[in-house]
Structures are given as C-alpha cells and as structure tokens.
Design a protein around this ligand. Structure first.
Ligand code: NCD
Length: 339
C-alpha cells in the first residue's frame, strides 16, 4: 500500500511488505523514543487526538509519538465535551477538524464510525479503536513485540503458535491481531474463551481459508499448552447490554504464576493489550506474574510509542527526513537505552 496520505482504518489494508516497511521505520526511530536523540521533523504539524471512549495508553502514546517527532497535539476526550453532544454528525466534525489538523487519530464506540468519519476528512485518519471492530495500531505494536520476543528465542513469526484468551467476541485488539498474523505462514491459533464469547465466525473462517490452524477451547488449561505466545485479554464489559450480563464472565479465566508453571512451556511469552482488570473478582492476568521475565506487557506499551511514530512518519511522508532534523538530548533522562 501507499502509506503517504492514507487513512489507517483496518489491518486488511496491509500486506507483509507493508508490515516490514513499517517495522524498519520503527526500528530506525527507537533512539528517539528512548530519548537518546531529538527530532523536529514534524515541527508545525498538528494532530487532533479524538477519543470518544476511555483510553490511557493509546491516547497518550499517539500523542507522545507525535510530540517526539516535533508535532503539536490537540485533544478531545469526551463526546460531551465536543459538538457531537449537540447533534453534530461525524462527517461535519471531520470536515471541520480536517481544516485544523494534518492528521486525526480517533477512537469511537461504534464499529465502522472511524471509516465513516474518514470519508469526510481531508487529512489522514487513524483508527484508534472503533467499538468491537478493529484496533489496527494495537495489532501492529503487538506484532512488532511478537517479532522481537520470538527473535530473542531464535524464531520468526511463520509457524507461530498463539493462544488468545478471554473475550474474543468483543475484543477488537484480538480481531485485528488475528487478521494481521494471518499474513504469515502456518499460524496455529488457540482461541480460548467462554462459550458465548467466541471469536467472530467470519474471522475464524478467514484464518482457516488461508490455511492456518484455529481451534476453539472453552477451558483455560488445555488451551495454553504448547504455544509460543499467550495473549490474554480483559472482558470488554462496556460492550455488554447490561453490567449483570458482563458480570457472568468476570474472573472465569485467570492466569497466574502457578497455572503458568503447571501448564505452559517455560519460555512462553505473556502478552496483554492492557488495561488488565486488577479488581479482585477479575484479575485475568495476576500481578504475581510481574517478576516473570516472559511477561512482555510493558515491552508492548513501550513499543506502542515506537510503532505509532512509524505510522505518523510514513503517513506524513517524513520517514526519510527524520535524521536530518536530529539533535542530542539536552535534559536529564533515565531512558538512554532503546527499549
Ligand atoms: C484495548 C482496547 O481499547 O481495545 N486497549 C488498548 O487500546 N490498549 C483493550 C482493552 O480495552 O481491553
């Protein structure tokens, strides 16, 4: 695909060469994310960061990524703080914001809403999560992390065995990651969820059609044997019709160190898009795994900044100019080694 000026709405846009191009740019930007160098390549550019659903890492990391390239960030974080609350259409909001910005990042609770918004925008729009549908930048940072973790174990992505655990029905990070991994060869998907929260049939069918293996498990333990990656997710409680319905799934699958030791191969990488639900009744990923060196969740979040910098650099077509605008860091920083 041509990244320059493109909307990034779905992982369906990418092929393997696109991913490799993006990851090469991400590698090239690591020193800036680690505060070893500063670049002002996007000086004067404005990002509108529009988050109409809760977010910590996606919003801050998109904003930080843009700042790290030298650009400015304008944010709206609630529908009630925007004119959508006055009945303005998404299209009109897009027409207005695209006059104020060079690129727009948007999260919205409805599937398809970001694509609808993008149609009326004159500047590139990046989907930061549209309801239960997709979360392409999360899948890219997850895949980037998987590639690194596997490289550290002398392996690649082809032939990967991955268990996706939890709410596979509503988890948009899972949907995008499953589709993105399908660009590789011989992926073995263990789809581990409560019976009513299975991955959407059309996604599973498309994985099988492409020659991958995908098996559903409705119990945790048998699903997490013999995998390279364990990708745990939270129940997406905000997607259920009522809290009472969501509560039925709380705490059903809980990974902790004892279960990991008993059922997983010793080197299995543990991932989670975060936030993990740390309330005592939930805890799908127990804090007793924090000292486990295979826990990659904070390597994932660090990679989020790097991968989002790469997205901006490609979409705004400055990837080749980043180093021309580089300077040494002048302030005290503890982050001198690339993450
Ligand atoms: C995910 C999301 O919003 O889909 N979070 C994130 O962006 N890292 C996963 C989640 O909320 O459970």
């Amino acid at each position: 695909m041509e990244f320059r000026g493109a909307h990034i709405l779905s992982v369906d846009q990418f092929d393997r060469a696109d991913i490799e191009a993006l990851f090469a740019v991400a590698d090239d930007l690591r020193a800036y994310a680690a505060r070893m160098r500063v670049t002002r390549v996007l000086q004067g550019a404005i990002l509108s960061n529009m988050f109409f659903e809760p977010s910590t890492r996606t919003r801050i990391s998109f904003g930080s990524a843009f700042n790290l390239l030298g650009g400015e960030v304008r944010e709206t974080t609630e529908v009630k703080a925007s004119s959508l609350a006055k009945g303005e259409s998404l299209e009109d909001t897009a027409r207005v914001l695209s006059g104020y910005s060079d690129v727009i990042v948007m999260r919205h609770p409805e599937a398809g809403s970001v694509a609808e918004f993008a149609q009326a925008s004159r500047v590139p729009v990046i989907n930061a999560g549209d309801g239960p549908n997709e979360h392409p930048s999360q899948a890219l940072l997850d895949l980037y992390t998987i590639a690194q973790e596997m490289a550290g174990r002398g392996k690649g992505i082809d032939g990967l065995r991955i268990a996706l655990v939890g709410d596979l029905r509503y988890g948009r990070a899972v949907h995008s990651l499953c589709k993105l991994l399908a660009l590789y060869e011989r992926i073995d998907y263990h789809l581990v969820s409560p019976p009513d929260l299975d991955a959407p049939a059309e996604i599973v069918q498309s994985l099988l059609r492409r020659g991958h293996r995908a098996a559903a498990y409705h119990d945790l333990e048998p699903g997490i044997h013999d995998v390279d990656i364990l990708y745990v997710t939270r129940t997406q409680e905000e997607r259920f019709a009522s809290q009472a319905q969501a509560n039925r799934y709380r705490g059903l699958f809980r990974l902790n160190q004892a279960i990991y030791t008993e059922h997983c191969q010793p080197n299995t990488v543990i991932m989670h898009p975060l936030p993990r639900d740390s309330r005592s009744a939930a805890r799908e990923l127990d804090a007793d795994l924090n000292e486990n060196p295979n826990l990659a969740i904070f390597r994932q979040t660090d990679n989020g900044v790097i991968v989002r910098m790469a997205i901006f650099a490609l979409v705004l077509d400055v990837a080749g100019a980043v180093h021309d605008h580089a300077q040494p860091v002048t302030w005290y920083t503890a982050k001198r080694t690339p993450a």
